[in-house]
Design a binder for this molecule. Structure first.
Ligand SMILES: [Cu+2]
Length: 333
């Protein structure tokens, strides 16, 4: 008689291993330009270190509790007496947690202090507006420099953000740099930061502020200090000479009633400053990649990309006019 062949069961990984594997695969998704797991500032680095410390401590406590439960389950019922039980409650329910929380508090308290600011440190006033960012650099001893929708900071220097809002409550959050802070109409909240490495990162509005709240982001560029000083000096200059017919169209359509192009006509502070628009990395507060096609579409009807946008549409504008204005704006560097 032929021997029955037992079907070989395929080797199976247990479900828990699947879960751990899935987590490992997903973990790189946490890194990136808008992530507290890729810190580029002192505060975010501290927060991340504390997060790891707490995660490891909680993991160890969890394993300890499971181990105890396992032993309690297997122990004969008469092994535990009242006195032993009380002692365990005292240590594991009272003294242990008190010690643990005490250590966590001692570790956290010094890290909660705001960073010291020297008198000649750079201040950057940022206003959250519906749905864009007004940015004003206030270097010590220099004149104010106005830009929008992009923030640059020097690596290794302390910078204070003075946060405000003229309309509703927004929240200023650069996850890789520091915690978030509300922008409240009528009061100025100060956030002191220091970048630790150069790179391009992203910040967002973290408080629902209207229809295009999700389209309210900004690029953050951390630069070497010397490079930053040159960049700021460049931004302080008025725009260079206009090329092509776009400059005149910009005035004719009344764009300058809301937008400033310093050096080209009237100064207006209602909408984002466009003096060096062409040097920015994204369009419409982090909404679209910066290129002339996107800009031409945005100019004729910004609500296509940003529902609820407070910039009026120009339905009567020809595509040729929009393209000419976009070319003009991209020439402003
Ligand atoms: Cu907002």
């Amino acid at each position: 008689m032929a021997k029955a062949v037992r079907p070989k069961t395929a080797h199976r990984t247990p479900p828990a291993a699947h879960f751990v594997l899935a987590c490992l695969v997903l973990l790189p998704g946490c890194a990136g330009e808008q992530s507290a797991f890729s810190p580029f500032g002192v505060e975010a680095e501290t927060t991340l270190a504390l997060t790891w410390a707490m995660t490891i401590a909680l993991g160890l406590i969890g394993i300890g509790v499971l181990w105890l439960a396992f032993h309690a389950w297997r122990a004969p019922p008469d092994r535990m007496d009242h006195k032993k039980g009380m002692r365990m409650v005292l240590w594991l329910g009272g003294i242990g947690p008190a010690l643990f929380l005490g250590i966590m508090l001692t570790l956290s308290l010094p890290k909660m202090r705001a960073m010291d600011l020297a008198r000649d440190d750079l201040t950057v006033a940022v206003d959250g507006e519906q749905f864009w960012w007004r940015v004003r650099y206030r270097p010590s001893g220099g004149a104010e420099v106005v830009t929008a929708n992009e923030i640059r900071i020097p690596v290794g220097r302390t910078v204070a953000f003075d946060l405000d809002s003229p309309d509703v409550i927004h929240s200023f959050w650069i996850p890789g740099l520091a915690g978030k802070l509300d922008m409240v109409p009528g009061r100025t909240n100060r956030l002191v930061v220091r970048a630790t490495r150069p790179g391009t990162f992203r910040g967002v509005c973290a408080e629902f502020c209207g229809l295009s709240h999700a389209n309210m982001a900004f690029d953050v560029v951390a630069m070497e200090p010397g490079e930053f000083d040159r960049w700021l000096a460049e931004q302080a200059r008025p725009a260079g000479a206009a090329q092509g017919p776009g400059g005149e169209l910009f005035q004719a359509y009344g764009c300058s009633g809301c937008h400033s192009v310093r050096g080209h006509g009237p100064v207006s502070a209602i909408a984002p400053d466009l003096t060096h628009f062409g040097s920015r990395r994204s369009l419409g507060a982090g909404t679209l990649p910066m290129n002339p096609q996107n800009t031409a579409t945005f100019i004729r009807d910004s609500s296509v990309a940003k529902p609820g946008s407070l910039m009026p549409a120009f339905p009567g504008m020809s595509e040729a006019d929009a393209a000419a204005i976009a070319d003009y704006l991209h020439g402003l560097r």
